[in-house]
Write a protein that binds this ligand. Structure first.
Ligand SMILES: Cc1cc2nc3c(=O)[nH]c(=O)nc-3n(C[C@H](O)[C@H](O)[C@H](O)COP(=O)(O)OP(=O)(O)OC[C@H]3O[C@@H](n4cnc5c(N)ncnc54)[C@H](O)[C@@H]3O)c2cc1C
Length: 441
């Protein structure tokens, strides 16, 4: 059996690593860029390790990576962000972020009565009895809830930071999605961890696994351009080769791009409900310092402007040269603009808010900056997980391909959905193969 996997990001490499471990399956991973990893691509700049997308792993002890570690014999280490060093800035005052019981007691964002109420809500989420799961959106739940405004703001802020979206969008996330997400996160003993050495620690091992099977190859700088079906086989044309024949195809690229590629094919209609999905974009502001600027926090979230700065190297010390420090600033973005000019001005304002946060909490940051990378529109999730969008299933009725990626259905958010859907797509393909074999007997 010959498989084509289109896309060499976390999802595509995961699916390929699982499939290449099976006998009698050969395959090719097609990647249009010169490098692998997609949005989790890691690169070096003046001794600093920069990720295109950050490598925080939420609830690692309950994460899909745990299964992959076991199934694929992956070896990696992770380190937990120090919860005592996570702070919120509200109206210019710093206070511990209420991430666990100790911090809830210490935080200034809730009054003593509100703390009692919030602890009760956390307990209900953990025991799966919170009413939130029955509401279409967080907004609808908050409108009906008699919680204090501070508790409501905290819910919006938590969802905003975990889903990388604005509070307005946080209100549009489905109650069921949020209840499930926090059920996992609140039960985790390791809520926020970094993979030491960045995503490259994982992607390098997946690539190595694929390379161990000589019947598999990875074709970089080779975008797939068209795909047709002839006599039960899939015929792919890439930028540099024509008429490549495969038995099965897994799409591992952003959903909107899949819809575009399949626009003039018989499968267009089934893909139509997914083509207008909106994505999650953020402004990213990475700065590498030549020396460590010690602060009493490792993560500071500005609740008023919805921007945060993460001291990445305080947790993952492998990403800096000796004595250096790596900070990553992120601003959540709106996507509702009347024209390009309005959008340009909004992004400019967000950049200024970001720099103002650095000015306030790292006053001499400009002097220490050895490396800087600013991306005004980085795609965090290819499908923003709000109720009006639709995640693509791994398999669609009437469509012969399989799909994976962070815009597909799967466990978790962000990179976890890329991993979990990549793993699920590989398992579905293996099950299909078993069923076909059984029928042939
Ligand atoms: C700023 C930022 C911060 C983030 N922070 C976190 C975080 O802290 N934690 C977390 O879990 N996640 C985070 N993420 C999200 C995470 O990076 C993504 O969810 C994940 O990398 C998506 O992987 P994917 O394989 O689904 O998609 P992609 O990485 O987009 O992979 C798709 C691949 O397909 C290729 N491709 C597209 N079209 C074609 C074609 N026609 N032919 C061949 N190849 C093609 C693309 O080049 C790409 O390599 C962050 C992302 C960003 C941008």
């Amino acid at each position: 059996m010959k498989i084509a996997i289109i896309g060499g990001g976390l999802a595509g490499l995961t699916a390929a690593a699982y499939l290449s471990a099976q006998p009698n399956i050969e395959g090719t991973v097609f990647e249009r860029s010169p490098q692998l990893g997609g949005r989790a691509f890691t690169y070096e700049k003046s001794g600093f390790t920069l990720n295109y997308g950050a490598h925080a792993v939420y609830g690692i002890d309950r994460h899909t990576l745990q299964h992959m570690e076991e199934d694929l014999n992956l070896k990696f280490q992770s380190k937990q962000v120090d919860k005592r060093k996570v702070v919120y800035a509200k109206h210019g005052r710093l206070t511990p972020a209420p991430l666990d019981f100790v911090n809830i007691m210490k935080t200034g964002v809730l009054t003593p009565m509100e703390k009692v109420r919030f602890v009760a809500e956390v307990a209900a989420v953990i025991s799966h009895i919170h009413q939130l799961k029955h509401y279409r959106t967080l907004g609808e739940y908050l409108d009906k809830s008699n919680s204090a405004p501070d508790v409501k703001e905290l819910w919006e802020h938590l969802v905003s930071s975990n889903f990388f979206i604005t509070p307005e969008d946080a209100r549009k996330v489905s109650g069921e999605v949020i209840a499930e997400y926090y059920h996992n996160l609140f039960l985790s003993s390791k809520p926020v961890n970094y993979i030491l050495g960045s995503w490259a620690t994982i992607t390098d091992q997946l690539v190595h696994k694929i390379g161990e099977n000589e019947k598999w190859d990875i074709a970089v700088k080779e975008p797939v351009e068209t795909i047709v079906m002839e006599k039960g086989k899939f015929i792919l044309n890439t930028k540099s080769r024509e008429a490549l024949e495969f038995d099965q195809v897994i799409f591992a690229m952003p959903v909107q791009q899949v819809c575009k590629m399949l626009e003039n094919t018989p499968w267009k209609t089934q893909l139509d409900p997914y083509k207008d999905n909106t994505c999650t974009e953020v402004l990213v502001y990475d700065v590498g310092f030549s020396k460590v600027v010690a602060r009493p926090f490792h993560y500071i979230s500005d609740m008023d402007n919805k921007v945060f700065i993460s001291d990445v190297s305080a947790t993952d010390y492998t990403v800096v040269p000796v004595g250096g420090q790596l900070l990553q600033g992120i601003a959540y973005l709106n996507d509702d603009f009347t024209d390009e000019e309005e959008k340009k001005q909004y992004l400019e304002k967000k950049t200024q808010q970001m720099e103002a946060l650095f000015d306030t909490y790292y006053p001499d940051w400009r002097e220490h900056t050895a490396v800087k990378r600013v991306s005004k529109k980085a795609m965090v999730a290819s499908v923003k997980n709000i109720y009006s969008n639709k995640l693509l299933p791994n398999k669609l009725p009437g469509v012969p391909f399989l799909f994976c990626g962070d815009g597909c259905e799967g466990k978790g958010e962000l990179a976890e959905r890329a991993f979990s859907s990549g793993r699920a797509a590989a398992q579905m393909l293996l099950n299909q193969r078993l069923e076909t074999k059984a029928l042939a007997l």
